[in-house]
Design a protein around this ligand. Structure first.
Ligand code: NAX
Length: 385
């Protein structure tokens, strides 16, 4: 299968695909390219000068949108000293609800909110957009097949990609939240050829944070003591929460819990619980996650634009360049480091435990399952790509 079948243009790093990876030879080329792109990045320059940044949000009156907008206006996306201009779009039938949200936003008198624009016209919303948070999409209705949902939402993200291409700034960062977020990000990316492919990401941060929360409770440590945890693959029940390199208070977690119990806990308790956490929340709350999803969207985009604490890593759905055997062009969740307004996928050399054969096999098996699922999703929406 050729990369072009997945993504209609090469990701920047593809230029180095023939470079050997040994001794970091390929990585150095990719790093040099990233440094060059960073040096000319207008978004980073605006952030340095504290000039207002234009953030566009779709689905502003929805569950997640309602949590998200107030926190962006409060400086929780780009920092407590960074002014923002928010532009939110809704479907015509929900526009009145969005007007209500805008009234509440005005009533908060947020000092960082320089401008607020609400509309039911996507072109107006994305005009000059620098950060796009794509939340608006159709939720899965009763009796609806996943394939139907994928097609309905695929059409939304195709149109959104086209509008982004026409209206948004060329350096715009795009975070896709609406499900199925990996495939939606792929569709939007394909329809915005003037924007860089590496600037399209899908949000798997909620799964990452859920996994950290679980480990924190298991080990009775605060969440910031749980490091090097990763979510691989698709944002679906197939995702792979990976504990092979996880440290708790700087110690390999299996040493804390005990080798045998750790392995059992991971495979039979942790993994299924993280994979089905979203469904469990719907069961208990009666609605899908909203505040935690909005929080994850903020953390994902903030770390991407402002950098993430290192040497720890976090999880992001990004356009693959063939890393870890994933077909180039698929939007796949990887562990990444974020710096200088970009991200870098964690490589084999960053994994201290990569020689542990059984765990590597376990990981490879799950990565392959996710690749197969994402390829099947891509085939379902082939005509939209
Ligand atoms: P809601 O149904 O509450 O809100 C969606 C809003 O989007 C609605 O107000 C709707 O009018 C609007 N909308 C739909 N199509 C639009 C379009 N073309 N342009 C502008 N607005 C549009 O859903 P909510 O709970 O907010 O969830 C939004 C999306 O996030 C869903 O697709 C959901 O599946 C997804 N999620 C993704 C998560 C992730 O981790 N990636 C977790 C949470 C959530 O399940």
């Amino acid at each position: 299968m050729s990369a072009a079948k997945v993504l209609r243009r090469p990701v920047p790093g593809s230029a180095f695909s023939w470079y050997p990876t040994m001794m970091g030879i390929k990585q150095r080329q990719v790093d040099a390219l990233n440094a060059q792109l960073t040096a000319q990045d207008p978004l980073l320059q605006k952030l340095q000068k504290k000039q207002p940044v234009r953030v566009s949000v779709t689905g502003g009156a929805g569950n997640i949108g309602y949590s998200l907008l107030f926190r962006i206006a409060n400086g929780e996306l780009l920092g407590p000293d960074q002014p923002v201009e928010i532009s939110a779009v809704e479907l015509p039938h929900a526009y009145q609800a969005l007007q209500g949200v805008a009234m509440e936003l005005e009533d908060c008198a947020f000092p960082l909110l320089e401008k607020l624009n609400i509309t039911d016209n996507a072109e107006e919303c994305f005009d000059g957009c620098e950060i796009a948070l794509l939340v608006g999409s159709k939720p899965r209705g009763p009796g609806m097949e996943r394939a139907d949902l994928m097609r309905d939402n695929g059409v939304i993200f195709k149109e959104t990609g086209q509008v982004l291409n026409r209206m948004a700034e060329k350096y715009c960062r795009v975070t896709v939240v609406g499900n199925p977020c990996n495939t939606n990000a792929l569709i939007a990316c394909n329809h915005a050829p003037d924007l860089q492919a590496r600037n399209f990401t899908a949000m798997t941060r909620l799964d990452h944070d859920r996994a950290i929360g679980f480990m924190a409770r298991k080990t009775m440590l605060p969440p910031n003591e749980i490091n090097h945890l990763a979510i691989w693959g698709n944002h679906s029940a197939t995702m792979f929460p990976d504990l092979s390199d996880t440290l708790c208070h700087g110690v390999p977690w299996s040493e804390l819990i005990g080798e045998f119990r750790a392995e059992r806990y991971w495979r039979h308790e942790f993994l299924p619980k993280i994979q089905s956490r979203g469904a469990r929340i719907i069961q208990v709350r009666g609605k899908s996650s909203a505040a935690s999803a909005a929080n994850a969207c903020l953390s994902h985009t903030r770390d991407w634009c402002l950098g993430s604490p290192q040497p720890d890593w976090l999880s992001m759905g990004v356009v693959s360049d063939g890393e870890w055997g994933v077909p180039a062009g698929l939007v796949f969740s990887y562990p990444v480091y974020c710096e200088n307004g970009g991200y870098k996928i964690v490589t084999d050399e960053d994994h201290p435990n990569n020689d542990w054969h059984t765990r590597t096999e376990f990981k490879r098996y799950h990565i392959e399952r996710n690749v197969q699922e994402l390829l099947a999703e891509r085939d379902m929406v082939a005509d939209l790509l």
